[in-house]
Write a new protein. Structure first.
Length: 258
Protein backbone atom coordinates (compact mmCIF):
# COMPACT_ATOMS: atom_id res chain seq x y z
CA UNK A 1 0.00 0.00 0.00
CA UNK A 2 1.26 3.47 -0.91
CA UNK A 3 0.01 6.83 0.30
CA UNK A 4 1.08 9.51 -2.17
CA UNK A 5 0.75 13.29 -2.05
CA UNK A 6 1.79 15.68 -4.81
CA UNK A 7 1.63 19.36 -5.70
CA UNK A 8 3.10 21.92 -8.07
CA UNK A 9 2.98 25.66 -8.75
CA UNK A 10 4.53 27.96 -11.33
CA UNK A 11 5.87 30.20 -8.56
CA UNK A 12 5.46 33.93 -8.05
CA UNK A 13 7.72 35.09 -10.88
CA UNK A 14 6.95 32.69 -13.75
CA UNK A 15 4.22 32.86 -16.36
CA UNK A 16 4.52 29.18 -17.26
CA UNK A 17 4.96 25.83 -15.53
CA UNK A 18 8.25 24.34 -16.74
CA UNK A 19 8.12 21.34 -14.37
CA UNK A 20 6.22 18.13 -14.97
CA UNK A 21 5.46 15.27 -12.56
CA UNK A 22 4.56 11.62 -13.06
CA UNK A 23 2.41 9.86 -10.46
CA UNK A 24 1.44 6.26 -11.18
CA UNK A 25 1.04 6.76 -14.93
CA UNK A 26 -0.61 10.21 -14.77
CA UNK A 27 1.25 13.33 -15.95
CA UNK A 28 0.68 16.74 -14.37
CA UNK A 29 1.95 20.08 -15.65
CA UNK A 30 -0.34 22.62 -14.03
CA UNK A 31 0.37 26.26 -13.25
CA UNK A 32 -1.38 25.68 -9.92
CA UNK A 33 -1.94 22.16 -8.60
CA UNK A 34 -3.15 22.16 -4.97
CA UNK A 35 -1.93 19.37 -2.72
CA UNK A 36 -3.61 16.15 -3.82
CA UNK A 37 -3.49 12.69 -2.25
CA UNK A 38 -3.78 9.16 -3.58
CA UNK A 39 -4.06 5.79 -1.82
CA UNK A 40 -2.70 3.01 -4.00
CA UNK A 41 -3.09 -0.68 -3.22
CA UNK A 42 -0.31 -2.09 -5.40
CA UNK A 43 3.10 -3.72 -5.21
CA UNK A 44 4.67 -1.27 -7.63
CA UNK A 45 4.61 2.45 -8.41
CA UNK A 46 6.61 4.77 -10.67
CA UNK A 47 7.12 8.40 -9.62
CA UNK A 48 9.14 11.12 -11.33
CA UNK A 49 9.82 14.85 -11.38
CA UNK A 50 11.21 16.65 -14.45
CA UNK A 51 12.31 20.30 -14.42
CA UNK A 52 12.70 22.06 -17.76
CA UNK A 53 15.94 24.07 -17.92
CA UNK A 54 14.79 27.70 -17.94
CA UNK A 55 17.62 28.94 -20.15
CA UNK A 56 16.76 26.43 -22.89
CA UNK A 57 14.03 27.03 -25.52
CA UNK A 58 10.48 25.98 -24.57
CA UNK A 59 11.55 24.07 -21.43
CA UNK A 60 7.98 23.00 -20.64
CA UNK A 61 8.07 20.87 -23.79
CA UNK A 62 11.28 19.17 -22.64
CA UNK A 63 10.04 18.21 -19.17
CA UNK A 64 6.74 16.81 -20.43
CA UNK A 65 8.38 14.92 -23.31
CA UNK A 66 10.93 13.38 -20.96
CA UNK A 67 8.22 11.89 -18.72
CA UNK A 68 6.08 10.77 -21.65
CA UNK A 69 9.07 8.95 -23.10
CA UNK A 70 10.04 7.43 -19.74
CA UNK A 71 6.75 5.58 -19.47
CA UNK A 72 7.00 4.53 -23.13
CA UNK A 73 10.57 3.25 -22.73
CA UNK A 74 9.67 1.08 -19.73
CA UNK A 75 6.57 -0.28 -21.45
CA UNK A 76 8.30 -0.99 -24.76
CA UNK A 77 11.54 -2.39 -23.36
CA UNK A 78 10.89 -4.64 -20.35
CA UNK A 79 14.00 -6.59 -21.35
CA UNK A 80 16.10 -3.61 -20.20
CA UNK A 81 14.77 -3.77 -16.64
CA UNK A 82 17.37 -4.69 -14.02
CA UNK A 83 15.85 -7.14 -11.55
CA UNK A 84 12.50 -5.67 -12.54
CA UNK A 85 13.51 -2.03 -12.05
CA UNK A 86 13.99 0.88 -14.45
CA UNK A 87 17.57 1.08 -15.70
CA UNK A 88 20.03 3.59 -17.11
CA UNK A 89 19.32 2.29 -20.60
CA UNK A 90 15.75 3.53 -20.32
CA UNK A 91 17.00 7.07 -19.67
CA UNK A 92 19.38 6.82 -22.64
CA UNK A 93 16.33 5.94 -24.72
CA UNK A 94 14.43 8.90 -23.24
CA UNK A 95 17.15 11.32 -24.35
CA UNK A 96 17.28 9.79 -27.82
CA UNK A 97 13.53 10.12 -28.24
CA UNK A 98 13.62 13.68 -26.83
CA UNK A 99 16.09 14.55 -29.58
CA UNK A 100 14.05 12.70 -32.22
CA UNK A 101 10.93 14.69 -31.31
CA UNK A 102 12.27 18.16 -30.56
CA UNK A 103 15.75 18.56 -32.08
CA UNK A 104 14.25 18.64 -35.58
CA UNK A 105 12.58 22.01 -34.94
CA UNK A 106 14.70 25.16 -34.60
CA UNK A 107 12.39 26.54 -31.90
CA UNK A 108 12.91 23.49 -29.67
CA UNK A 109 16.42 22.35 -30.62
CA UNK A 110 18.54 22.18 -27.46
CA UNK A 111 15.64 22.31 -25.04
CA UNK A 112 16.59 20.45 -21.87
CA UNK A 113 15.27 18.97 -18.64
CA UNK A 114 16.41 17.35 -15.45
CA UNK A 115 14.77 14.16 -14.18
CA UNK A 116 14.45 12.34 -10.86
CA UNK A 117 12.80 8.91 -10.74
CA UNK A 118 11.70 6.53 -8.00
CA UNK A 119 10.58 3.07 -9.12
CA UNK A 120 9.26 1.18 -6.10
CA UNK A 121 8.59 -2.56 -6.16
CA UNK A 122 7.93 -4.48 -3.00
CA UNK A 123 10.51 -3.59 -0.36
CA UNK A 124 13.02 -1.94 -2.71
CA UNK A 125 13.27 1.12 -4.92
CA UNK A 126 15.47 2.15 -7.85
CA UNK A 127 16.42 5.82 -7.69
CA UNK A 128 17.74 7.54 -10.83
CA UNK A 129 18.47 11.17 -11.59
CA UNK A 130 20.07 13.46 -14.13
CA UNK A 131 20.55 17.11 -13.15
CA UNK A 132 19.55 18.67 -9.84
CA UNK A 133 16.01 17.46 -9.17
CA UNK A 134 16.32 15.40 -6.01
CA UNK A 135 15.10 12.28 -4.23
CA UNK A 136 15.23 11.94 -0.45
CA UNK A 137 14.55 9.04 1.92
CA UNK A 138 13.33 9.23 5.50
CA UNK A 139 12.39 6.56 8.00
CA UNK A 140 9.65 6.46 10.62
CA UNK A 141 11.95 8.08 13.17
CA UNK A 142 12.58 11.13 11.01
CA UNK A 143 16.14 10.31 9.94
CA UNK A 144 16.71 11.40 6.36
CA UNK A 145 19.26 11.23 3.57
CA UNK A 146 19.58 12.47 0.02
CA UNK A 147 19.57 9.57 -2.47
CA UNK A 148 20.11 11.53 -5.68
CA UNK A 149 23.29 13.26 -6.80
CA UNK A 150 23.31 16.80 -8.20
CA UNK A 151 24.99 17.10 -11.59
CA UNK A 152 26.27 20.64 -11.11
CA UNK A 153 29.65 22.28 -11.62
CA UNK A 154 30.05 22.55 -7.85
CA UNK A 155 29.27 18.90 -7.19
CA UNK A 156 31.76 17.93 -9.88
CA UNK A 157 34.42 20.02 -8.13
CA UNK A 158 33.55 18.45 -4.77
CA UNK A 159 33.86 14.97 -6.27
CA UNK A 160 37.34 15.88 -7.56
CA UNK A 161 38.43 17.39 -4.24
CA UNK A 162 38.52 20.90 -5.72
CA UNK A 163 35.78 22.31 -3.45
CA UNK A 164 34.45 21.70 0.05
CA UNK A 165 30.87 20.48 0.56
CA UNK A 166 30.11 22.79 3.51
CA UNK A 167 31.44 25.99 1.93
CA UNK A 168 29.30 28.64 0.20
CA UNK A 169 30.37 29.35 -3.38
CA UNK A 170 29.19 31.72 -6.10
CA UNK A 171 25.90 30.81 -7.77
CA UNK A 172 27.77 30.33 -11.05
CA UNK A 173 29.01 27.00 -9.67
CA UNK A 174 25.42 25.76 -9.43
CA UNK A 175 25.16 25.55 -13.21
CA UNK A 176 24.11 22.14 -14.50
CA UNK A 177 26.75 19.90 -16.03
CA UNK A 178 24.42 17.09 -17.13
CA UNK A 179 20.82 17.19 -18.36
CA UNK A 180 18.60 15.46 -20.90
CA UNK A 181 18.86 17.59 -24.04
CA UNK A 182 17.10 17.67 -27.42
CA UNK A 183 20.33 17.29 -29.34
CA UNK A 184 21.52 13.94 -30.71
CA UNK A 185 25.14 14.88 -29.96
CA UNK A 186 24.42 15.49 -26.25
CA UNK A 187 24.12 11.81 -25.37
CA UNK A 188 27.14 11.49 -23.07
CA UNK A 189 25.33 12.60 -19.91
CA UNK A 190 25.82 11.20 -16.42
CA UNK A 191 23.13 9.12 -14.72
CA UNK A 192 23.10 8.50 -10.99
CA UNK A 193 21.36 5.25 -10.03
CA UNK A 194 21.14 3.43 -6.72
CA UNK A 195 18.98 0.70 -5.20
CA UNK A 196 17.59 1.21 -1.68
CA UNK A 197 15.75 -1.12 0.72
CA UNK A 198 12.48 0.15 2.16
CA UNK A 199 10.65 -0.52 5.40
CA UNK A 200 7.11 0.19 6.51
CA UNK A 201 6.61 3.93 7.24
CA UNK A 202 9.59 4.91 5.08
CA UNK A 203 9.05 7.93 2.87
CA UNK A 204 10.51 8.96 -0.47
CA UNK A 205 10.42 12.62 -1.46
CA UNK A 206 10.95 13.81 -5.04
CA UNK A 207 11.28 17.52 -5.76
CA UNK A 208 12.51 20.08 -8.24
CA UNK A 209 15.05 22.72 -7.23
CA UNK A 210 12.17 25.15 -6.69
CA UNK A 211 11.71 23.31 -3.40
CA UNK A 212 15.17 22.49 -2.07
CA UNK A 213 16.95 25.59 -3.39
CA UNK A 214 14.24 27.96 -2.18
CA UNK A 215 14.18 26.97 1.50
CA UNK A 216 17.42 25.01 1.75
CA UNK A 217 17.89 21.34 2.47
CA UNK A 218 18.45 21.70 6.20
CA UNK A 219 15.40 23.92 6.68
CA UNK A 220 13.32 21.54 4.60
CA UNK A 221 14.06 18.66 6.94
CA UNK A 222 13.73 20.76 10.07
CA UNK A 223 10.10 21.09 8.98
CA UNK A 224 9.66 17.34 8.63
CA UNK A 225 7.37 15.58 11.11
CA UNK A 226 7.17 11.78 10.67
CA UNK A 227 3.89 11.70 12.61
CA UNK A 228 2.10 13.63 9.86
CA UNK A 229 0.42 12.01 6.89
CA UNK A 230 1.96 12.72 3.49
CA UNK A 231 -0.69 15.28 2.49
CA UNK A 232 -0.16 17.37 5.62
CA UNK A 233 3.63 17.18 5.29
CA UNK A 234 3.50 18.15 1.63
CA UNK A 235 1.41 21.20 2.50
CA UNK A 236 3.90 22.26 5.17
CA UNK A 237 6.76 22.20 2.65
CA UNK A 238 4.73 23.94 -0.05
CA UNK A 239 3.63 26.67 2.37
CA UNK A 240 7.23 27.20 3.53
CA UNK A 241 8.41 27.66 -0.06
CA UNK A 242 5.59 30.12 -0.70
CA UNK A 243 6.43 32.17 2.41
CA UNK A 244 10.07 32.24 1.35
CA UNK A 245 9.20 33.77 -2.02
CA UNK A 246 8.58 30.83 -4.40
CA UNK A 247 10.72 32.43 -7.08
CA UNK A 248 10.93 29.28 -9.22
CA UNK A 249 8.53 26.59 -10.45
CA UNK A 250 8.05 24.10 -7.63
CA UNK A 251 7.09 20.42 -7.77
CA UNK A 252 6.87 17.91 -4.95
CA UNK A 253 5.87 14.25 -4.67
CA UNK A 254 5.87 12.40 -1.32
CA UNK A 255 5.11 8.71 -0.85
CA UNK A 256 4.94 6.60 2.29
CA UNK A 257 5.14 2.80 2.21
CA UNK A 258 2.54 1.12 4.42
Amino acid sequence: MFEIAYTMHRGRQNLHQEDCILVNGALYQECVLPVAALSLAADEVLLAVADGVHSSPMPHRASRTVLEELTQAIRQHPEWLQEGFVANRHLRQVQERLADRLAVRPQTFGTASTIAVAHIRGQRAAILNVGDSRVYHSNGEGQWQRLSKDHTVLQGMIDKGQALPDTVYSSMYMMLEHVLCADHEENDFAIHRIMVPLMSDDRLVLCSDGIHDEIGEETMWTLFDPSLDVKAQTKIWRDAVWRHGAKDNLSLVVVVIE
